[in-house]
Design a protein around this ligand. Sequence first.
Ligand SMILES: NC(=O)c1ccc[n+]([C@@H]2O[C@H](COP(=O)([O-])OP(=O)(O)OC[C@H]3O[C@@H](n4cnc5c(N)ncnc54)[C@H](O)[C@@H]3O)[C@@H](O)[C@H]2O)c1
Length: 478
Amino acid sequence: MADKFDVIVIGAGPGGYVAAIRAAQMGLKTACVEKWIGKDGKVAHGGTCLNVGCIPSKALLEASHKFVEAKHDFDDMGIQAGDVQMDVKKMIARKDKIVKNLTGGIAGLFKANGVTAIEGTAKVTAKDKVEVTDLDGKASTYEASNIVIAAGSVPVEIPPTPLTDDLIVDSTGALEFQETPKRLGVIGAGVIGLELGSVWNRLGSEVTVLEALDSFLPMVDTAIAKETQKLLKKQGLDIKLNARVTGSEVKGKEVVVKYEDSEGEKEITFDKLIVCVGRRPYTKGVVADGLGIELDQRGFIHVDDQCRTSVPGVYAIGDCVRGPMLAHKASEEGMMVADIIAGHKAQMNYDAIPSVIYTFPEVAWVGMTEQDAKAAGIKVKTGSFPFAASGRAMANNATEGQAKVIADAETDRVLGMHIVGQHAGEMIAQGVIALEFGSSAEDLALTCYAHPTMSEAVHEAALAVEGHAIHMANRKKR
Ligand SMILES: NC(=O)c1ccc[n+]([C@@H]2O[C@H](COP(=O)([O-])OP(=O)(O)OC[C@H]3O[C@@H](n4cnc5c(N)ncnc54)[C@H](O)[C@@H]3O)[C@@H](O)[C@H]2O)c1
């Protein structure tokens, strides 16, 4: 007789582990199946985010930023740090320790909440059955009244640049360099390309980013994207737009990359190449044929607004379904689905999901750009405030960037907030709350912000929507 659960979650990434914990908190008998093998050869929870994504990349971004500060910026503040050196191996080892702590922490949370952790590769074989093949190849079948598929995503590979052991790598390989490459190529000026490009640029690599599109960060408000591009260029990132990679050749310890731009075909030689051209859903083999669970051509599982697949009782969340491939979106979907299974009403607001690029300064946004709103026929009014006019930014030695609020010209409702600046990733929560609560720009303008803080730039940007910013000359005066 098979073990029977109320809920079986497939995948213990930020979508799956959160869904499992919430389901167990709701009193449901819950299991979570995971197959990821960590560096120690044991099953590791946490998925891409904890093992090779959000967390390890932030560990490297933080370390490399501190290195740049110590080497170049401390002097501005009168601090003499001497000959600052980076021990890359130690930086990578610290990152591995953080990963181990966090992934181990999830096992502890499962225990504390009564989630049964099952190790192995899961496949949905019927609407209420999951087959798990364990690490020794032995298959067992478990029954479940509800199944949540949270199988995640994997990096896209492209034919012009097949991965090699250590010369041409994806985002996972780029977290393992044991020394700083002299010439680093990055394909794709997306989130991963800019973050990993920044890490190695800060540590001394000459970084060239090849991006096929002719616009930079098209999902970000144009004013913020332009300023970001300028700042990253100043830091030394050579971002080539309209540069589509067409081929590569490994020559000894170098890789020669061919790309096409408006002038024709060109070649460039690197010591390492990182391919970060997007991710694809990791759904192959997770569902048996003939069950009626629909997948689209790219492998995304088809779901409704509440993450129900086409088979009742089977849900799918996170990177393997539509929507942005972001850990926090997956977690929110996980909580929503667990609540629905427990019989509660739950709905998530897909219009208020923040995005952050953890460069320095950070880029963060939520909601519409000014350009999106205009294209949708909405009359908008906007307010922007530069960090150069912020006292706290001056004290922090971080005066680059600006905050921008986009509001509906008729209702004053906040439609979007886009920021480039130190701690933009923290500040954007204010925009998310504004959107979630249906705030007007005036609501933000009438709010009392602590002084001196970087967040005051958001306050000033909201005041600027009506031309009432205090610490700068307003564009339009009333
Ligand atoms: N901070 C974060 O929230 C964070 C961090 C890492 C990853 N992620 C998520 O992971 C996913 C993957 O990130 P990503 O940066 O790999 O993808 P992305 O989609 O953000 O960017 C990929 C870029 O590669 C370009 N490209 C594709 N083929 C090319 C070619 N042949 N030559 C040159 N350029 C080419 C695309 O035009 C695109 O701009 C994204 O959904 C992202 O949101 C998020």
